[in-house]
Design a protein around this ligand. Structure first.
Ligand SMILES: Nc1ncnc2c1ncn2[C@@H]1O[C@H](COP(=O)(O)OP(=O)(O)OP(=O)(O)O)[C@@H](O)[C@H]1O
Ligand SMILES: [Mg+2]
Length: 309
């Protein structure tokens, strides 16, 4: 049934030496979800996915897949899961078709027809007999997805499937993910470091930072929740400041260089724009931002976590 919980992690954690790559992580993915797993570089996305796919052992906590404990009933837990972590490895001198045959053979065999089917699904059928070393980055990404789909799993876990792709390539992968969810009845979990990408494709998401869960829920609700902030930039700055001080419905005003970060309802943006124009302010920017977006920008704009020790 749609809505059943098919992945649950409880207090999941992985420690490398003294450092927790993932800590106290409780995730919940429901049947039918396109679940976005969002976090900046080094947040713990790949480590989490490795634990879900049973490629590394958790230091603490538990993973349940389709109600089966991954620690106690590994085979049953994994029987309906397919996934890729980071860049999938292929034999460069063999064709895509042959590579999938090898992957299939490692997992009990894949029929010719099924290999053909997944290659069609990811749009590689016409290049199936070309050597993988002649593939573009986007084609390799798609071959990785084909590999994850080979055994026709109900739950597909993809680690940054659009990483390194150009906007057109990203769009194609998003289309493929939507197709998997809506026409092939798959549940998809995908990690990403781009909020707008998750927003475009996922219905639910979790945000992770420095190994810990920041928030989890419906994408639309999370993006609507909380205070709304508008970046206002114009000259002369004194006039902008004075208009903001007189405007109604304005909350906090923070000055950042020559820009103002203003907490206010988005409905009042036109009124603010009119007031600025009346005062002959040259407006350079009037940019609405939602709080999650704001938050996500603030964590991703920080120095990389490697340098913080
Ligand atoms: N095998 C390992 N040994 C030691 N530390 C590790 C190992 N794998 C990951 N880490 C550390 O765990 C943290 C999380 O890494 P992880 O690869 O899970 O992040 P990520 O969210 O996938 O990042 P990215 O967006 O860069 O792929 C990092 O600090 C990383 O250095
Ligand atoms: Mg990663």
């Amino acid at each position: 049934m749609t809505g059943d919980i098919i992945l649950q992690t409880k207090n999941l954690g992985k420690q490398y030496k003294s450092r927790w790559a993932v800590h106290h992580l409780d995730l919940e993915v429901r049947r039918g979800d396109v679940f976005g797993f969002l976090g900046p570089n080094g947040a713990g996305k790949s480590t989490t996915i490795r634990m879900l796919l049973s490629l590394v052992r958790p230091t603490e906590g538990e993973v349940f897949l389709f109600g089966w404990s991954l620690a106690k009933d590994r085979e049953k837990a994994l029987q309906s899961i397919g996934g890729i972590v980071e860049k999938p490895d292929f034999y460069p001198y063999l064709s895509a078709h042959r590579n999938l045959e090898i992957v299939g053979a490692l997992n009990g065999g894949a029929s010719r027809a099924r290999i053909q089917e997944v290659l069609e699904l990811v749009g590689l059928a016409s290049r199936a007999s070309d050597k993988v070393k002649t593939y573009s980055h986007g084609m390799k990404q798609r071959l990785g997805i084909a590999q994850a789909l080979l055994a026709n799993p109900e739950f597909v876990i993809l680690d940054e499937p659009t990483s390194g792709l150009d906007p057109q390539g990203m769009k194609e992968i998003r289309g493929l993910i939507r197709h998997l969810a809506s026409d092939q009845n798959k549940t998809v979990m995908l990690s990403s470091h781009l909020l707008n990408e998750v927003e475009m494709v996922a219905n639910r998401m979790a945000v992770i930072n420095r190994g810990e869960l920041v928030t989890q829920g419906e994408v639309a609700a999370l993006l609507e929740k909380g205070e709304k902030c508008v970046t206002v930039q114009g000259s002369p700055v004194e006039k902008v400041r004075s208009v903001l001080s007189r405007q109604r419905n304005i909350g906090k005003v923070l000055e950042k260089g020559d820009a103002f970060e203003v907490t206010m309802p988005f409905e009042n943006i036109p009124e603010l724009a009119r007031a600025l124009v009346q005062e002959e302010v040259d407006i350079q920017a009037l940019v609405p931002r939602r709080s999650l977006e704001e938050y996500f920008l603030s964590i991703t704009e920080n120095e990389p976590e490697e340098s913080k020790n």
